[in-house]
Design a protein around this ligand. Sequence first.
Ligand SMILES: N=CN[C@@H](CCC(=O)O)C(=O)O
Ligand SMILES: [Zn+2]
Length: 414
Amino acid sequence: MKKLYRNMRIFTPVDGGKPLAGAEQAKISEIKKGAMLVADGLIEKIGAEEEVTKGLDRSQLCFEKDFGGACVIPGFVDPHTHLCFAKRREDEFGMRLAGLPYLEILKRGGGILSSVNAVKGATEEQLFETTKKLALSALAKGTTTIEIKSGYGLSLDLELKMLEVIRRVSFETPLDVVPTFMGAHAVPQEWKNEADRFVDEILIGDMLPKIKAQGIAEFCDVFCEEGVFSVNQSRRLLKAAKAMGFDTKIHADEVHDLGGAGLAAELATRSAEHLLAASEDNLRAMGKAGSIAVLLPATAYSLKKPYAQGRQMIDWGVPVAMATDCNPGSCFCESVPFIFGLGVMNMDLTVEEALTATTLNAAYAINRAKKLGSLEAGKQADFVVLDGETPTTLAYHAGSTSVEEVYKLGEKVA
Ligand SMILES: N=CN[C@@H](CCC(=O)O)C(=O)O
Ligand SMILES: [Zn+2]
């Protein structure tokens, strides 16, 4: 049986088989009075209502809905989160507001390391409950697919505990979940003066092969930053991960221009994230290598840092995606509508570019574009109904999500 959704004003990027870059990123298709025929959660037909309903045998339908001309966009894809954590760090936010730098808190044993202690102290059930609650909050705000990283474990047992919880979120919520192993999120206290050995013996020699054998993570990510992992250490880790069959990502040039974006280009990682301090040369090299820039404007907001050069990156031909970076430290935000507004207002993306950045390019950044990220025949019927005439409302109606209804695989889920 099929479902017919009609009388919708549909806005969607169009998938040309690769992430949209340069002027292509702003190309959005608009169907003024559109309809979607859905079978088994997939879009069978989409287009002008007249076309979609021509010759349609309505007795084949199990459901039909008139959306009254409402604005519909693809479900948001959030390609960078640290949503799996046990405890908030509101106290640290206060310290940062008082002037203590983010990396200094980590250096003193707080930050990511305090989240490691919290994961250690939580039962798997507790960790699952906090993670699920945030995932459902993201869903209510229009996110239908989400990447979630481990990285608050830093030992094999705790990383597996996190990845198990992340797997459960994919089974026990309507969201599509993409799991990333991020054992290289910080150097654990016990390896403080031996980061090289931690990378070579523990991460590469032990954790990566065991995580791979369990098939519990798809991507490998590393925090390449001054005082965390160097470019050389990150290179060794990502090369080894690639050789073992992981897809790769890198937290690059978030605070200092260490050359992480250059490494992303050199290794052609699927994406590089943050890039607040990345140099023009390295960003252009990323564009040439096809590495996607995943920008996290709510982190700049929360760290009170200058925003990444989103406008310039698009002009330089780098495909741009955006993500929330939801985590308890640098950015406690699971709202894609919020980052959509920041992208438009503070990084000078156009509304059309921001829509591509939060849907199709975001799907490419986690290797899901074949299934989702745009509303086209053959892809999943994951979509969001907005309170507004066009996607502009996402930036215009500040402080509101503008998200009225959320559909996953053709089912209303929020
Ligand atoms: N910068 C590194 N990792 C996270 C923050 C993690 C944390 O502070 O807990 C980020 O992407 O912002
Ligand atoms: Zn991150």
